[in-house]
Design a protein around this ligand. Structure first.
Ligand code: NAD
Length: 250
């Protein structure tokens, strides 16, 4: 099924994990995809995979924490494909774990810079282009920690809550202009963001927080992102959608 036939979609943080799964699913559904990341190697590998499968994609290096990189990313998209229909603002990091009272100031700046400013800067340059076109869909990657706290992760939790608020605000501002903006809230998903930093025992501890009895897979998040990006969800905007094996329902 080609849900995104003739659409142009950009994905940040697309060189790994959830972003990679989203970029590949977008491409399989007929979109021309802009794969963006700070990791050239990961980004080019995703482009190669998409092209090998017969899809259309190209790589743009962009650090989402820099406003100018986001501006250039949108400009590069327009130069290559002539339009921008869909944006998935997905790039993010976990950040170090420490209680709020001793959280490193530099780490706070870093996590907020990528996970919050990155989403704002992304929309700041995506929205004007979509307004001109009179249509668009934006999906911002929040987290279950966009509505719940988590000890040791003050910057991450604050950034993800803010992403939910930004999403609601932009949806209110732009719905009547044909642009839908939604946020996705994954539970813990098996990606390098977790597997690089946690022991097997810590991963098992996280499994116990999900009534479904396992962690999620990037492809399971991508399916929801696809639905929110496609015309199938034409009356859906301003929402926050968990995909979390009942983590938040507990
Ligand atoms: P990941 O580490 O596998 O992938 C993240 C990608 O973002 C990497 O390719 C990395 O190079 C890129 N990136 C990092 N900093 C960047 C920057 N400044 N500019 C551009 N790209 C940058 O992680 P993931 O698990 O796929 O996470 C993707 C998103 O999903 C993040 O926003 C994360 O907070 C969110 N999320 C993840 C989980 C989880 O359990 N894995 C749960 C909820 C939400």
């Amino acid at each position: 099924m080609e849900l995104l036939k003739d659409k142009v979609a950009l994905v940040t943080g697309a060189g790994s994990g959830i972003g990679r799964a989203v970029a590949e699913l977008y491409a399989r559904n007929g979109a021309s995809v802009v794969v963006s990341d700070i990791d050239d190697k990961g980004g080019f590998a995703v482009v190669e995979d998409i092209q090998r499968a017969g899809g259309k994609a190209f790589f743009v290096r962009a650090d989402v924490s820099k406003a100018e990189d986001n501006e250039q990313l949108v400009a590069a998209t327009l130069k290559e494909y002539g339009k921008l229909d869909i944006a998935c603002n997905n790039a993010g990091i976990g950040g170090e774990s420490a209680p709020t009272g001793s959280y490193k100031l530099t780490e706070w700046e870093k996590v907020i810079g990528i996970n919050l400013n990155g989403v704002f800067y992304g929309m700041r340059y995506q929205l004007p282009v979509m307004v001109k076109a009179g249509a668009g869909a934006i999906v911002n990657m929040a987290s279950i920690l966009g509505t719940a706290g988590f000890a040791g992760s003050c910057a991450y939790v604050a950034a993800k809550h803010a992403v939910v608020g930004l999403t609601k605000t932009a949806a209110i501002e732009y719905s009547a202009k044909g642009i839908r903006v939604n946020a996705v809230g994954p539970g813990f998903i098996e990606t390098p963001l977790l597997t690089k930093h946690l022991s097997q025992q810590e991963m098992q501890g996280l499994v116990g927080l999900h009534p479904i009895g396992r962690l999620g897979k990037p492809e399971e998040v991508a399916e929801l992102v696809l639905w929110l990006s496609a015309p199938l969800s034409s009356f859906v905007t301003g929402g926050y959608y968990p995909v979390d094996g009942a983590y938040l329902a507990r």
